[in-house]
Unconditional design. Structure first.
Ligand SMILES: [Zn+2]
Length: 298
């Protein structure tokens, strides 16, 4: 039998195997996450190649640009589709201008990296405010939502009621297959370690059959990723705390993470170093952890 999940590669910024769109076919076909606006051609081509001529659902694990950037374009291409997103992020999908301008503080060339990001008609947005079956895939099969803050406040996970597959967005960080390890994703402004750890424990308690981080593809071992992810996030925050305690700021923290790469990831293949850094940079992670530590102190 064909795999119930088709992994489409957005080829984000020219990289393969970093950012996925998951396609669940059936009576009411759904995609989970859309990749960035800058990948829209690849995404639309991959959907066409997969034989998708209509979509019932565009489901967003959260609204970061690498997950939701192309949602408006997909909504335009598939006018029958509804867009499902946590309520914390819903208004930014109807009007992405604030999301866009806050990201512009972190990235120099927004349009090339992420653009375009189109607004979505409010009527088509399903804002999720509690856990439960939110997406009817047809034939008694649903996607059930589970709120999973920590990486971001607008993050949720989706459990396929028929297969037990769990789509976690960035709740467990980034695990690209050719690196084979978890790299925390701790961007500003909402990263929170305690929330991340408790969300991970809660998702593990669902006993999913498989786990799909958006970056990238199914994890080979469910228990292993649930063990590794909170441990890695904690390891990075503790290292950052030590850098701050010894008087360091953002640049010292970034340097410290760079210096610890071999200590943290001794077996990372050398050709993976750049790809790994690319998938969630030291800069972004350090900014998010620094902000979290400041919030925790106050
Ligand atoms: Zn994210």
């Amino acid at each position: 039998m064909a795999d119930p999940v088709q992994v489409l590669d957005t080829r984000m910024h020219g990289w393969q195997g970093i950012t996925a769109v998951y396609l669940l076919d059936g009576p009411n076909p759904a995609v989970i996450d859309t990749g960035p606006g800058s990948s829209e051609e690849h995404i639309l081509a991959a959907l066409e190649e997969a034989g998708v001529d209509s979509l019932a659902w565009i489901v967003l694990t959260h609204i970061h640009l690498d997950h939701a950037g192309a949602a408006g374009r997909l909504a335009q291409r598939f006018p029958e589709a509804q867009v499902v997103v946590r309520e914390e992020g819903a208004r930014h999908m109807a009007d992405p201008s604030r999301l866009w301008s806050s990201a512009a503080q972190l990235y120099p060339d927004m349009q090339t990296l992420w653009g375009p990001m189109l607004p979505i008609d409010k009527q088509r947005i399903v804002a999720v405010s509690s856990d439960g079956p939110a997406v009817n895939l047809g034939g008694g099969r649903t996607l059930d939502t589970f709120y999973a803050p920590g990486h971001a406040k607008h993050q949720m996970a989706l459990l396929d009621s028929a297969t037990g597959d769990l789509f976690v967005g960035d709740a467990l960080g980034v695990r690209v297959p050719d690196a084979g390890v978890v790299r925390p994703a701790t961007p500003p402004p909402e990263f929170d370690l305690e929330l991340m750890v408790s969300s991970a424990a809660r998702l593990h308690g669902l006993r999913p059959a498989r786990v799909f981080p958006t970056h990238f593809g199914p994890a080979p071992d469910v228990d292993q990723i649930f063990e590794e992810a909170p441990r890695r996030f904690t390891q990075w925050v503790e290292a950052a705390e030590r850098a701050v305690e010894s008087g360091g700021g953002l640049s010292e923290m970034i340097e410290d993470f760079r210096a610890r790469r071999e200590e943290f990831y001794p077996d990372l293949p050398p050709e993976m170093v750049e790809k790994f850094e690319y998938s969630c940079s030291y800069d972004l992670n350090s900014r998010g952890i620094l902000r979290y530590l400041e919030k925790r102190r106050n």
